[in-house]
Design a protein around this ligand. Structure first.
Ligand SMILES: NC(=O)c1ccc[n+]([C@@H]2O[C@H](COP(=O)([O-])OP(=O)(O)OC[C@H]3O[C@@H](n4cnc5c(N)ncnc54)[C@H](OP(=O)(O)O)[C@@H]3O)[C@@H](O)[C@H]2O)c1
Length: 246
C-alpha cells in the first residue's frame, strides 16, 4: 500500500474511528470519514488533518437507514479522491435489547448500522477495491462469542459481521483481503462511563488488568492493511486477554 492511497472509515468522527483515521493519516493515507450526527467533530478532524497535509481528508454525511442507496454512495466515495483502497466498516450502534424488547425498530437500527451497511458497502465497492488490490476491515466485537447478556440483536449483528468477513474473504479472493478486528474494553460505552463497579468488574477479568486504547485498534487495522499480505478471513481480538476469562 502506498502514500496517497485512500482509506474510507465509516463513523470516523469520534472515538475509535477518529483515532484510526489520525493514525493511518500519519502514514500518508488520504482519509474519507463518514459521520451522521457528529458534524462538528468530523469537521474538526478534517481541518486538523488537512492542516497537516492539504486536501488529505474529506468527510461525507451518511446515515445508514433501510433506504440508503449504497450504489450511489459508493460512487460518491470514489469521486472524492478518485479511488478507494481500503474500506473500514467501523460505524456501529450499541445498546441492549432484552428478548421481550426486540422489535422492528431496534432490529432495523442495529442490523442496518452493524451488518447491512458493511455488506452493501463491500458489494458496491468491490469492483473498485479489486482494481486497487485493496482490503476490507470490519470492526467486530469480542462479545459475539460468548454473547453479551441482554444484547440479542447487537450480538446477532456482530456475529453476522464475522460471518460476512469470512464469506467475503472467500468470495473476493484473491484480489481483496477481508479481515476483522474485534475490540475488547477499549472505550467505555457512553452509558457505562459513570458505572465504576461495572468497570471494576470488567477490568478484573482482563488478563492485562487495564482497558485498551483506541490506538490499539488503529494499530491492528494498520497491520492488516500494510503487513498482512498473506492474511485473509481472520479476526484479531484486541482485548488485553479478556477472552481468556470470559
Ligand atoms: N468502544 C469499545 O470499547 C468497543 C468494544 C467492542 C467493539 N467496538 C466496536 O468498535 C467500533 C468503534 O467503536 P466506538 O465505540 O468508537 O463506536 P461508536 O462511538 O459507538 O460509534 C461510531 C460511530 O458510528 C456512527 N453511526 C452509528 N450508527 C450510524 C448510522 N445508522 N448511520 C451512520 N453512522 C452511524 C456514529 O456516527 P455519528 O456520531 O456521526 O452519528 C458513531 O460516532 C464499533 O464497530 C464498535 O461496535 C467498540
Amino acid at each position: 500500500m502506498m502514500a496517497n492511497n485512500t482509506v474510507l472509515i465509516t463513523g470516523g468522527a469520534k472515538r475509535i474511528g477518529h483515532a484510526t483515521a489520525k493514525y493511518l493519516h500519519g502514514f500518508g493515507y488520504n482519509i474519507i470519514i463518514t459521520y451522521n450526527k457528529s458534524v462538528a467533530d468530523a469537521k474538526k478532524l478534517a481541518q486538523f488533518l488537512n492542516n497537516k497535509r492539504a486536501d488529505s481528508c474529506k468527510i461525507l454525511k451518511v446515515s445508514f437507514t433501510p433506504k440508503t442507496n449504497f450504489n450511489k454512495l459508493s460512487k460518491d466515495f470514489i469521486k472524492l479522491f478518485g479511488r478507494v483502497d481500503v474500506l473500514v466498516n467501523n460505524a456501529s450502534q450499541f445498546y441492549p435489547t432484552k428478548i421481550h424488547e426486540v422489535n422492528n425498530k431496534n432490529w432495523d437500527d442495529l442490523i442496518n448500522a452493524n451488518l447491512k451497511s458493511p455488506l452493501f458497502l463491500s458489494q458496491c465497492l468491490s469492483k473498485e477495491l479489486k482494481k486497487r488490490k485493496g482490503c476490507i476491515i470490519n470492526i467486530i466485537d469480542i462479545h459475539i462469542d460468548p454473547p453479551l447478556k441482554d444484547h440479542v440483536v447487537y450480538n446477532i449483528s456482530k456475529a453476522g459481521l464475522l460471518a460476512l468477513t469470512k464469506s467475503l474473504a472467500k468470495e473476493l479472493a484473491p484480489s481483496i483481503r477481508v479481515n476483522g478486528v474485534s475490540p475488547g474494553a477499549i472505550m467505555w460505552a457512553v452509558s457505562d462511563e459513570n458505572k465504576s463497579s461495572k468497570k471494576k468488574e470488567i477490568l478484573s477479568r482482563i488478563a492485562l488488568r487495564k482497558s485498551g486504547n483506541p490506538l490499539d485498534i488503529a494499530k491492528a487495522v494498520k497491520f492488516l492493511i500494510t503487513d498482512a499480505e498473506y492474511i485473509t478471513g481472520q479476526n484479531i481480538n484486541v482485548d488485553g486477554g479478556r477472552k481468556l476469562n470470559m
